[in-house]
Design a protein around this ligand. Structure first.
Ligand SMILES: Cc1cc2nc3c(=O)[nH]c(=O)nc-3n(C[C@H](O)[C@H](O)[C@H](O)COP(=O)(O)O)c2cc1C
Length: 350
């Protein structure tokens, strides 16, 4: 059983957010398809201009232009659907990206990979819903407290991203080795309780959405029983026809085995989860020197970074697998064929 997901005045018929996936994995095709079917589609803004001819010369300009372009294309696919963007806090020029998405009429700004402490100020005066991603009670508490004290507002929804998620993870490598499902359920319950307190203070319902390895109806209902009002799913959408990724990338998910999925260091300064491949072996044996800096991540030092994350993820997006970082969730090995967005939604809602 499920209920529609209400975030302020927005109502998604299906309580599912398709997780933002950069670089170039969740763009307008996937986000538009999910949105058209009643979920919330999310475009990742991470180096969204990667395939533009001027990207090497002026990545910021190419990225800002393509934010508008992809929002427009997704709206065409889902004229009355709900659409978000995922903007990593670690992104250089973070505020410019947020403002550009707002200018193009986005419904939600979803931000993780760092704490979006400045988001309320940047988005001030807009109708876009503000949705932080957190992985711990501590992170949730910092955001709720800071937004309350500094900006006198509270988030419109909160996404809790657990240890089975893909991409960058809000846990240390050490934590990832020791965390267990039961202990994390407690963390989820505590975050929901804290969020409710702030909801009461501001007289609004702040839905909590759980992400990370939510594989089927049973998992979803488990989180609903804990008090969540929605789920965020990413990995399962990669192997859909509608997903924007190259077919080679989708095939890498289908071909991988559980033991191929490992934790890697990323220039973003957080661990990430990815499929073991030639690229990772290369990185293991030494740094890959930077030929060209795209100035993408605040925390990256090009002189020391083990590899260029923009190059590695752009290579993934275009299917150049041997030179690519193949981000995935812990359950990617479970995907065994190309399906459609509707098939994935049916796993939860049919
Ligand atoms: C390929 C890939 C790329 C991702 N990129 C991002 C990203 O750019 N920003 C972000 O906040 N989360 C990113 N994520 C995390 C997802 O949005 C999502 O929260 C998480 O993967 C959910 O777990 P699941 O993949 O097991 O469903 C990524 C996940 C994957 C699989």
């Amino acid at each position: 059983m499920y209920k529609a997901l209400k975030i302020g005045n927005l109502t998604a018929k299906l309580p599912i957010i398709q997780g933002g996936m950069g670089v170039g994995i969740s763009l307008s095709s996937l986000a538009g398809a999910v949105s058209a079917k009643g979920g919330i589609g999310v475009i990742s803004t991470a180096q969204i201009g990667f395939s533009e001819p001027d990207f090497n010369r002026n990545p910021l300009e190419a990225n800002l232009r393509m934010i508008g372009e992809h929002i427009k294309r997704a709206r065409k696919l889902a004229p009355s659907g709900i659409l978000g963007v995922n903007i990593m806090v670690a992104t250089q020029n973070y505020a410019r990206y947020v403002k550009e998405a707002i200018k193009n009429g986005i419904d939600l700004i979803i931000s993780g990979a760092g704490l979006p402490t400045e988001l309320p100020e940047i988005a001030k005066g807009s109708k876009a819903k503000l949705v932080p991603i957190v992985s711990s009670l501590k992170a949730a508490s910092v955001i709720l407290k800071m937004w309350d004290r500094k900006n006198n507002i509270t988030p419109d929804a909160i996404i809790i991203e657990g240890p089975k998620a893909g991409g960058h993870l809000g846990f240390s490598t050490e934590q990832l080795e020791h965390i267990d499902d039961l202990a994390y359920d407690e963390e989820i319950k505590n975050i929901i309780a804290l969020t409710k307190d702030y909801g009461t203070k501001y007289g609004k319902d702040i839905p909590v959405i759980v992400a990370g390895g939510v594989q089927n109806k049973q998992d979803m209902e488990h989180y609903f029983d804990l008090g969540a009002e929605g789920i965020q799913v990413a990995t399962k959408f990669v192997t859909t026809e509608e997903c924007d990724a190259d077919i080679n990338y989708k095939q890498a998910y289908i071909n991988c085995k559980q033991e191929d999925i490992v934790i890697v260091k990323s220039p973003v300064g957080m661990p990430g989860r990815a499929i073991k491949n030639k690229f990772m072996e290369k990185v293991f044996f030494g740094r890959i020197p930077i030929k060209h800096c795209y100035n993408c991540i605040k925390s990256c030092n090009p002189a020391q970074t083990p590899y260029c994350i923009t190059e590695a993820l752009s290579n993934a997006a275009v299917g150049n697998l041997d030179e690519a970082l193949l981000f995935c969730g812990a359950n990617a090995y479970m995907e065994d064929k190309i399906r459609t967005v509707q098939d994935v939604l049916d796993d939860y809602f049919a």
